[in-house]
Design a protein around this ligand. Structure first.
Ligand SMILES: [Zn+2]
Length: 256
């Protein structure tokens, strides 16, 4: 016998909606969270977005009202965020912790190279078409991040006789590095913008996870054996880590 079950489709929430404040409109990402007992709004500086968390069974209309009532607060918080810095000529971006000015060399051969500006300050010169400056700088930073992270991982692995399966780069906002159960190490390519001791510490931290998949005392003992910079690097990340996410934001014109 063929039975037909009549099912009512579950009510789907929109993933996001907008609230307006004066002439500005802000996109609010909606997150239903098990265990949440009230509405909460967060402005995340790394991703420059607004998240509203709400109870699983909370009313969508109430959520919208709540967000709209807090539009002025959202507006104030968004305005206070550090300005995004695109990878464009004349912008200054950190490379290994040192500010570098981006200089466009339309007639030069090659891709991206480290140099000095005429005033002697560090520069990142970018050859080729102006439309490709963003991509070229991004590719350069990722390539340099990969080289340095692979070097650091190899060096720390050799000290304790372990092997990482591979090293992958991502653009994560929640963590700077991670270690998978199968021994793959994953890092944010943005670490190339941090001072070298910070990048090297992160490599040591993830290599130590190849032995201890936790943050136990043994894990920290091993990490400190691999890196002398645990405290200074952690302090640097706490103070400046979030600011690394403001670099490389693409303008509408770039994305087109
Ligand atoms: Zn860890």
């Amino acid at each position: 016998m063929l039975r037909l079950f009549k099912r009512t489709a579950p009510q789907r929430d929109p993933l996001e909606f907008h609230v307006s404040h004066g002439a500005d409109s802000y996109k609010i990402a909606l997150k239903r969270v098990a265990g949440a007992t009230r509405f909460t709004i967060r402005v995340r500086s790394a991703t420059r977005d607004v998240v509203l968390t709400m109870p699983v069974r909370g009313s969508l209309t109430a959520a919208r009202d709540f967000a709209q009532r807090h539009a002025e607060w959202i507006d104030a918080r968004m305005r206070k965020l550090p300005k995004p810095v695109p990878f464009h000529p004349q912008e200054t971006i950190p490379f290994e912790g040192v500010p570098h000015i981006v200089l466009h060399e339309p007639d030069a051969r090659g891709t991206v190279w480290l140099d000095q500006a005429t005033n002697g300050k560090p520069a990142l010169r970018v050859a080729g078409d102006a439309r490709h400056v963003h991509r070229r700088v991004t590719d350069f930073l990722k390539r340099e991040a990969r080289t340095r992270l692979e070097d650091s991982v190899k060096r720390h692995c050799a000290k304790i006789n372990v092997k990482a399966r591979d090293v992958t780069l991502r653009d994560t906002t929640s963590r700077w590095g991670s270690c998978s159960a199968s021994g793959g190490l994953n890092f944010s390519w943005r670490l190339i913008m941090a001072p070298p001791h910070v990048l090297d510490y992160l490599a040591a931290h993830e290599v130590a996870h190849l032995i201890h998949m936790n943050h136990s005392d043994e894990f920290w003992k091993l990490t400190r054996k691999l890196s002398k910079d645990v405290d200074s690097a952690e302090a640097w990340l706490k103070a400046h880590g979030a600011s690394l996410h403001r670099y490389g934001a693409r303008s509408e014109a770039d994305a087109a």
